[in-house]
Design a protein around this ligand. Structure first.
Ligand code: CMP
Length: 139
């Protein structure tokens, strides 16, 4: 059965460009309930751990540098079939391939500076939610 929670991060490009409010509006308009949300900034060690699955990829170093370059806004979101529904809302990883009206089509600059993250599975949604939020914050 599909889970009902996912983890998102509004990334440093979108936060710096003043798009946080517009993106949150798109998320809530699409029927997601915000369970937890905060402003934070990742250290190199934390970003490296979050993206550890990409450690061997050629873009890993740049990705960690980008994700530590400014404020991020992680959030836990709730909706039926959350992971799949949210990935539809944000669009393809590369904004050049993202469908019209998706968050990445509207706000992303490039495959790296792509405005927003969404978990790719229920298992990772749980791991990523636990990474950013304490037990008390994700009730
Ligand atoms: P995200 O879905 O948050 O998780 C992995 C990230 O790696 C992805 O978003 C992109 O920001 C980045 N990424 C994926 N593929 C590439 C690529 N080919 N070049 C640069 N960055 C990439």
């Amino acid at each position: 059965m599909a889970g009902n929670r996912t983890l998102t991060i509004i990334k440093p490009d979108a936060v710096a460009n003043g798009k946080t409010g517009a993106i949150i509006q798109k998320i809530t308009d699409a029927g997601f309930r915000i369970v937890a949300m905060k402003y934070t900034r990742l250290t190199t060690e934390q970003a490296g751990k979050f993206y550890a699955v990409h450690r061997e990829r050629p873009f890993y170093g740049d990705l960690v540098k980008f994700m530590t370059s400014g404020t991020v806004v992680p959030a836990i979101l709730e909706k039926e079939n959350a992971v799949e529904e949210f990935r539809k809302l944000i669009g393809a990883t590369n904004p050049a391939n993202a469908a019209e009206g998706t968050i990445r089509k509207l706000f992303a600059e490039s495959v790296e500076r792509n405005a927003i993250h969404g978990s790719d599975s229920d298992e990772n949604a749980l791991i990523e939610g636990n990474f950013f939020f304490s037990e008390l914050e994700r009730f």
